[in-house]
Design a binder for this molecule. Sequence first.
Ligand SMILES: Cc1cc2nc3c(=O)[nH]c(=O)nc-3n(C[C@H](O)[C@H](O)[C@H](O)COP(=O)(O)OP(=O)(O)OC[C@H]3O[C@@H](n4cnc5c(N)ncnc54)[C@H](O)[C@@H]3O)c2cc1C
Length: 401
Amino acid sequence: MARLAQTAGLTDVQQEILATVRDFVDKEIIPVATQLEHKDEYPTQIVEGLKELGLFGLMIPEEYGGLGESLLTYALCVEEIARGWMSVSGIINTHFIVAYMLKQHGTQEQKDTFLPRMALGEVRGAFSMSEPALGSDVSAITSKGVKDGDEYVLNGQKMWLTNGGTSSLVAVLCRSDEGHPEGTAPHKSMTTFLVEKEPGFGEVRPGLTIPGKIDKMGYKGVDTTELIMDGLRIPANRVLGGVTGRGFYQMMDGVEVGRVNVAARGCGVAQRAFELGVSYAQQRHTFGKAIAQHQAIQFKLAEMATKVEAAHAMMVNAARKKDSGERNDLEAGMAKYLASEYCKEVVEDAFRIHGGYGFSKEYEIERLYREAPMLLIGEGTAEIQKMIIGRRLLEEYRFQG
Ligand SMILES: Cc1cc2nc3c(=O)[nH]c(=O)nc-3n(C[C@H](O)[C@H](O)[C@H](O)COP(=O)(O)OP(=O)(O)OC[C@H]3O[C@@H](n4cnc5c(N)ncnc54)[C@H](O)[C@@H]3O)c2cc1C
C-alpha cells in the first residue's frame, strides 16, 4: 500500500537512521507523550534516549564527534519525532541551530570547544533574538553589548527562549556599537554572543537570570523562558566568529535552516493527525455505518492526505536545495509557510472527525490541536514568510521592460 510522506532517493544509511528513529518514536515517545504533556513535565528519559541515538550530533561533522549527516536527514528525523511529540523536536531544534551557526561561523577555537560536547548532548544550545517588544522586527533589538577591555558587558531583556532553562550555551543577539559609527544600518551593528551558563532557573551566572518557565497553551514539557542580562560580562573570544557586526547575518543563516526544521515539524504533526483521523473514522459508526463510509468524511481524509503529501514534498525540496549548497530562502520560506498552515488545517479536520471526543483530554488529538498554532509563529510568522517569498519572487521575475 502507498503510505504517505515517503522520500525517494535516500541512501541506506539515511533509511537506517530513519527506521531507528521511527521505532524509538513509536516505542518511547508516543506512549508517554500525552501524559507528560498534560503534566508539563520535561521528558528527561526521552532526551537521554535521543543522546544515545546520537541525535544531538546528527549534523555536527564527524571530526567533532557528530554523525555529519545532511539537513535532509536531520529534517526527516525531526518529522518523525514531531509525529510522536512536537515538544521533543523543539528540544533538539535550538541545539541544532546553535551547532549549525558554530559550524558555519565559529572560530576554530569555538568549534573545538563546543562542538564535541554538543555532539554528545553534554552542552545543549538555545538561541535568543526575540525581546518583549519585538519578534518579527529583529532590526529593532535593544539589548546591548559594550566593550570593556577584553570583555563585553551585556544588558537587556530577552523573551521566548526555547530551552532557556535546560540549555548551557545560548547564542544571544545584541546590538554592539563598537567599531560601528552612529547611523550604521541596524543589521550591520549586531553581534552574536556565545553565553555559557548553568542549566536551571534564577541567577545562573553573575549578571544573568532565567526567571522561570512561561506557562503556554501547548508545546509543553519543553521550557520556554525569558533571559535577563544585567551587567553580564562575556570574554571577547565568545563573540561568534570573533568579529562584531555579523550577528544579524549569522542568526538569519541559522533561522533559514530552522525554517526547514519547523516545516518538518508541521509535516510530522500533520501526519500524526491524519493517522488519528483515519483510524477513528473507521471505528466510529453513525447512521448504520463507519463514518469513514460517509463521503463527507472521505473527502476530509482525501484533503488531509493531499496536504500531508504536498507539505512533505516542499520540505524535502527545501532541505535538498540547502544540502546542494544553493541559496534556499525561497524554498524554506514556502515550505515553512505551507507546512505550518496545512498542519493547522489537517489537525482541525482530524479534530472534527473525532466529534465530541476530540475535545476530551483522553484523546491525543486534543494535544495536537493545542500544539499546531506554535508552528504558525516560530521561526517567523506566515506574514514574514510571505514577505520573504514575495521579495525573492520580485528578484527572480524582475520586470525587464
Ligand atoms: C513557544 C514559542 C517559542 C519561541 N522560541 C523562540 C526562541 O527560541 N528564540 C527566539 O529568539 N524567539 C522565539 N520565539 C519568538 C518568535 O520567534 C516570535 O514570537 C515571532 O517571531 C513573532 O514575533 P512577535 O511574537 O513579537 O510578534 P510580532 O512581531 O509583534 O507580530 C504580531 C503580528 O503582526 C504581524 N506582523 C509583524 N510585522 C509585520 C509586517 N511587516 N507586515 C505584516 N504583518 C506583520 C505578525 O505576522 C503577527 O501576526 C518563540 C515564540 C513562541 C511562541
